[in-house]
Design a protein around this ligand. Sequence first.
Ligand code: SF4
Length: 114
Amino acid sequence: MSDNTMSQSRRAAVKLMLGGAVAVPFISLVGVSGARAADLPHVDAKADPTAIALKYVEDATTATRADKAGTPGAEQSCANCQFAQGTGDWVGCSLFPGKAVSSKGWCMSWTKKA
Ligand code: SF4
């Protein structure tokens, strides 16, 4: 994956959040350990404005995932996303500061982990 691809994906997510649909003061780029992620509230896929904007789902198999950066859609999930932080059933995500996403989840900002 190129830095350009990651930058484009991150830029697209930021545009969505700053576009008025979502009011997030900033995107935390600070890492969240796996142990801490387990204690964080889970992102509500149906109520969280960012989740809705990014089409986040807890079960990636329910999403329509196009091939991206040479990775088939069927292989994309939070577990192998560049923005995921930590390991385990629930992980931190730099696009959802203070919350945890399912490692089996997916959103349209998925970017292949370097
Ligand atoms: S696919 Fe990546 S950016 Fe999207 S919710 Fe999962 S970890 Fe976060």
